[in-house]
Design a protein around this ligand. Sequence first.
Ligand SMILES: Cc1cc2nc3c(=O)[nH]c(=O)nc-3n(C[C@H](O)[C@H](O)[C@H](O)COP(=O)(O)OP(=O)(O)OC[C@H]3O[C@@H](n4cnc5c(N)ncnc54)[C@H](O)[C@@H]3O)c2cc1C
Length: 351
Amino acid sequence: MPAVETDALVIGAGPAGLFQVFQLGLQGIRCHVVDVLPQAGGQCAALYPDKPLYDIPGLPHVTGLELTQRLLEQVKPFAPQFHFEQEVTGLTPSPEAPGQWSVDTANGLTFTAKTVFIAAGVGAFVPRALVLDGEGAFNPRHIHTGSAIDKLNEAAASGRFQNACCVVVGNDAQAVNTALALAQTDAPSQAPQSVTLVHRKDEFDAPEPQLQALASWRARGNIQVALGQPVALGAKQLQLAKDDDSEVTLPLDELFVCLGLSPRLGRLASWGLTLHKRQVTVDPASMATNLAGIYAIGDINDYAGKRKLIVCAFHEATLAAFAAAARVFPEQPVRLEYTTTSRLLKARLGV
Ligand SMILES: Cc1cc2nc3c(=O)[nH]c(=O)nc-3n(C[C@H](O)[C@H](O)[C@H](O)COP(=O)(O)OP(=O)(O)OC[C@H]3O[C@@H](n4cnc5c(N)ncnc54)[C@H](O)[C@@H]3O)c2cc1C
């Protein structure tokens, strides 16, 4: 596949990356955005979509999901091209275009970019793994993790797991939704043989409507809850250790691991960037890294006085866009203009 050529590539579609897109747009720079997750929003959407934030300027309270939606709305005039479920693994000087960067993803995409904005937060979010004894005994094709589970949930209604013993490990909204999706088949004949939700405590962290649905399906016996810690897999079973040191064995055909996401810094550490305590060192005036044309913003960067707050990421994205404009359009002066009064900015915004 030929390399995608772009003036700017943003790595990470969290709040920092999304606002970077907006600020680049104001500077007349269109960009591509890559994220390993299947959706935008970074930590806001993946870790606390329903929780309110109270320190975003002008928004007395806004949930993680609403903030993401507002940022996506704000970048619409600049039509960024998103590439989801793509982990950036390589960043090297472009062999074809001197002064530009070649950026590779694990799934085979390559970009040639004049400027790169690392908005990678605390790292690429990957599903947290369940480490069990005897994993070789169970067919790994029947272990489901991450966003693949959400896709399978759609197939569950039409009998994809008919007659199977399904075990869902976890207590978050994805775990609860998965148990509900497995139990709620279009016809009773398409239902799994059993749906068991496994967690150490009988406490689940999901929005109220899902918790009420869970209670109702449990009362009808369509979903069981087993308390304990998964410790070992057999060919057709999952063993749990209970808090009182006793053990329980569950029949198992399909295992759904919903243990949330954990960040992985990954290959970023080998890109030649100056790092301090696993953060990318930047010039606070421009967010420039030690590599020309590469900027770092948001939770991933480090400078004197750094605070890992979204409001600070927004400021950083603004400064980085001004710095990048001078690089992308070296023949033009970079002026400060107001969106309220500038014809140029209004034209770019389409207002
Ligand atoms: C529970 C909780 C509550 C919080 N409350 C607040 C609050 O009230 N106010 C506040 O200001 N902040 C709050 N924060 C912190 C705030 O969420 C972060 O500061 C913010 O999300 C950082 O934004 P970011 O875009 O830099 O990184 P992230 O949100 O972490 O986004 C980074 C994105 O980059 C992607 N990525 C990373 N590496 C790669 C790669 N190699 N390839 C492809 N994609 C990659 C990740 O998948 C992720 O989507 C809270 C955090 C948590 C966990």
